[in-house]
Design a protein around this ligand. Structure first.
Ligand SMILES: Nc1ncnc2c1ncn2[C@@H]1O[C@H](COP(=O)(O)OP(=O)(O)OP(=O)(O)O)[C@@H](O)[C@H]1O
Length: 583
């Protein structure tokens, strides 16, 4: 029952709705006590030969009145209690979603998407059930059960009541035991559902790779294994679940046996009328629901507790990035990197001894072997990871002094693994400036050299991009991502290997336009192809996370090292691809 305490904050928040619902439930429970009593009275009238048409109509009117009253009250409590439960699920869903949007990349590297989705669906459903059906079964089983017992003991016979309840402790023991078993099993069933969810999500996202490698059979087999595992764990839940009803029915049957047996003795001893015995057994019938509800209650709350614990532990994950900066104004582009060392959570240093300054309006080129730390350097500027103070200074202020929103507002980032939303091309480009007029969208597309391609599509800028942009070529997606960053006209533009999928001519055209347009703004370009960064004011060459060479294109060509070697190699490759002959 701990989950009710855990949810107390919400019950307090919605106290009037819950109290209203509980009061209605109480009236329904009281109303339900009337028919058995009326039936008993009618039986006694029949037995005594005093029944008249008028008496019959009077009782019928009472029963009809009670039925209508119960109908209305049931309708209202359902809206009050179940409505509040739906609201709780919505509240937690929004809270989770907000939590997800604030989480850093590190969080998403550690968590599986399917698991997060399971939290937002299955777990919330179980919590909603606790706040709805759980409250109903708790209140109803206590009130309905309590009122019925009081009616049995006070209006009929306390002795018969006590005897009939003898089997109840067995029920309490059994439901408690089943509840504990259920909690563990349900936890593991939810985990299995998360894993299954994750598998579906990953397989659908990676369907092209699966097909390209002919791995459909293996994929189906691995899904089927996970599915079997989920079924196995849910069956384990169902096995305990299925014990509740038969156990309770058995105990109720035993109670009936005792009631009828001992009740008959009392009738023969004239301590009870036949009508009272009929009323008593009807009351016992009314106890079936509270007892079953009590069993279900364990079931519901154990599921709710397991799910609430899972959601709570997720919500308790602290922000890795402190957003405690006070500067609200977005910075301009004077950047000074004074980074001694940076490592991911794995602990191995990924960047060391990175020192350089960049004046507003300058362009920085970052090159180096794959895995040398280029993307990490860009991500640090976006504060995707926690930094030490004075690691990066922008406009004379430590990067951490800026509010995250203000900092990121200054930056236009085109990541290596570009992502397009399932929306039109225009909406994708105007993502960060939703209200942009068409002329600005077109201008950004022209700057990114994608306008011509878009114009050739049947629906132009209104072409809907499939999920993850599957209907576009890699180069087109890349250029739409560039246009999306450019429409912001950001103070700092970061192109992280963002020209890799365009041909040399398009690359040249984009770079020329950027040079012309961004004379007073800072640009950082990371690349494998040196032609992308040859025009930069400063080029740094990274190797194993440290700067091994720095200078301009021409100064670097004058010294022996990775830059000169790579440049010559790439020049040769270009020559060969253009049909040149090596002698
Ligand atoms: N989230 C992460 N957690 C742990 N290690 C990471 C993470 N991201 C990158 N790394 C490691 O950091 C190092 C630098 O990676 P990074 O992506 O910055 O290199 P890069 O120069 O951009 O590579 P590429 O040219 O292939 O894009 C690599 O060894 C990589 O394995």
């Amino acid at each position: 029952m701990r989950v009710f305490l855990q949810l107390m904050w919400y019950f307090k928040q919605e106290k009037w709705r819950y109290l209203g619902g509980i009061v209605m439930l109480a009236f329904v429970s009281l109303g339900l006590l009337v028919p058995p009593k009326v039936v008993g009275l009618i039986v006694d009238h029949i037995e005594e030969g005093t029944i008249t048409e008028e008496i019959l109509w009077r009782y019928a009117a009472v029963l009809i009145g009670i039925a209508i009253g119960i109908y209305v009250l049931r309708y209202i409590w359902r809206i009050l209690i179940f409505g509040s439960a739906v609201k709780l699920a919505m509240l937690l869903r929004n809270r989770l979603y907000e939590h997800f949007t604030k989480k850093s990349q590190e969080f998403y590297h550690k968590r599986r998407v399917g698991d997060l989705m399971a939290h937002s669906t299955n777990d919330l459903q179980a919590i909603q059930q606790t706040a709805g059906d759980g409250v109903l079964t708790l209140v109803d089983s206590l009130m309905m059960g309590g009122f019925t017992l009081i009616a049995m003991a006070t209006t009929i016979s306390w002795k018969l009541t006590l005897v009939s309840l003898l089997p109840l402790p067995i029920m309490a023991w059994a439901t408690n035991k089943y509840g504990t078993m259920l909690h563990k099993r349900f936890h593991s069933a939810q985990e299995a559902f998360s894993t299954l969810n994750d598998k579906v999500q990953e397989s659908i996202s990676g369907t092209r790779v699966i097909k390209a490698f002919g791995q459909e059979r293996d994929d189906i087999d691995s899904f089927s294994n996970l599915s079997k595992d989920a079924v196995k764990k849910n069956m384990a839940v169902a096995r305990v679940d299925s014990l509740f009803d038969p156990t309770i029915s058995l105990i109720i049957g035993f109670s009936f046996f005792l009631a009828v047996g001992y009740g008959s003795i009392l009738v023969t001893q004239n301590e009870l009328t036949i009508g009272e015995l009929v009323s008593f057994t009807s009351y016992l019938g009314l106890l079936i629901w509270p007892m079953l509800a009590f069993g279900w209650l364990f079931n519901i709350v154990e599921r709710g507790r397991a799910s609430y614990d899972r959601v709570e532990s997720l919500l308790a994950v602290k922000e890795e990035i402190e957003d405690s900066g006070s500067i609200e104004n977005s910075p301009k582009g004077d950047i000074s990197f004074q980074l001694e060392q940076f490592s991911y959570s794995t602990g191995t240093p990924v960047l060391s001894d990175i020192h350089f300054t960049l004046k507003r309006g300058q362009t920085l080129g970052v090159v180096g072997k794959t895995g040398s730390g280029k993307t990490t350097l860009c991500k640090l500027l976006l504060r995707e990871f926690q930094l030490k103070s004075d690691d990066i200074i922008i406009d004379d202020h430590d990067i951490c002094e800026y509010q995250l929103h203000a900092l990121r507002n200054s930056i236009g980032y085109v990541p290596q693994d570009h992502f397009l939303f399932s929306a039109t091309i225009a909406e994708n480009i105007a993502f960060s400036k939703v209200e942009s007029p068409f002329i600005e969208i077109k201008e950004a597309a022209e700057l990114a050299s994608i306008h011509k391609d878009i114009s050739q599509f049947k629906y132009g800028y209104e072409t809907v991009v499939g999920e993850r942009g599957v209907t576009l070529s890699g180069g087109q997606k890349q250029r739409i991502s560039i246009a999306r960053a450019l429409i912001k006209n950001p103070e700092i533009l970061i192109l992280d290997d963002s020209l890799s999928a365009v041909d040399a001519k398009t690359e040249e055209s984009i770079l020329q336009q950027l040079k012309r347009k961004r004379q007073n703004q800072t640009t950082i370009i990371t690349a494998h192809r040196l032609s992308s960064i040859a025009h930069c004011d400063l080029i740094i060459v990274l190797e194993n996370g440290t700067i091994v060479q720095r200078g301009t294109h021409f100064s670097l060509l004058d010294e022996d090292g990775w830059y000169k070697e790579t440049y010559e190699k790439q020049a040769l490759e270009t020559l060969i691809s253009q049909g040149g002959v090596i002698k």
